[in-house]
Design a protein around this ligand. Sequence first.
Ligand code: NAP
Length: 250
Amino acid sequence: MEEYQLRDKVAIVTGGSRGIGRAVVLALARQGAYCAFTYSSHREAAETLAAEVREVGRRALPIRLDVRDFDGAKAMIEQVKSEFGRLDILVNNAGITRDRSLMGMSREDWGDVIDTDLTGVFNTTRACIITFLKQKSGQIVNVSSVSGIRPMAGQVNYAAAKAGVIGFTKSLAKEVAPYNIRVNAVAPGFIETDMTSQLGEKFREKAVEQIPLGRFGTAEEVAQSVLFLLSDTSHYITGQVLQVDGGLGM
Ligand code: NAP
């Protein structure tokens, strides 16, 4: 059922090939949106997802993009606009972790996370904002993390990047509200994806103890919150961070 009325909207999701991004792409397609999405290295996963989107009768466009690439992000936005003729939605989802203690954190560990998780959001948003401003409409959802609000030890790079995404979201929301553009964020807690699949059993048990709802979340649960923020159902909401974390960040 298309309860969010996103039929024929054109969406871009970064890091759409796996995990949360993949779930967002599928959720958007089921709501009737056309889906362009980016991947970094997993071409096969991207092609499989594009086929799934086409199966639900929507157009899909997988694009290879390293979100750290400013000019590449600009070219990606132009490609989507020329392919679909318009652009309505941007979901900044691509992200990585390189968790380790500050003592053991290299300049590369710091730079990779900041460049991907924070500067990546700047690159794609900077590239599409002119389109949204000109048409006086547009929806942006940024995928932050509970780590940007209530971080764990051993992830100063990720916590800084995700807190940065929240600051970015709020500042931009104020800047572009007069143009009928809304900018919100979701802050997932522990979600079952490749990103958390490497966590050891002991760590998982301890983590679950901290989560009031008593389990990790699913990518689909995050995707549903993203849909809500992108849809007209939330049209009086901007500059907000919706925690999708089973209560972890309270
Ligand atoms: P994931 O399963 O590891 O997927 C990451 C996605 O990002 C993939 O599509 C990957 O593309 C893409 N990507 C990575 N580096 C990129 C780059 N430099 N340029 C472009 N794309 C890049 O991760 P996930 O768990 O779904 O996480 C998605 C977002 O949610 C991230 O921002 C993450 O920080 C956030 N988040 C996740 C959790 C969690 O518990 N899983 C919790 C809070 C927040 P390829 O497939 O080509 O590698």
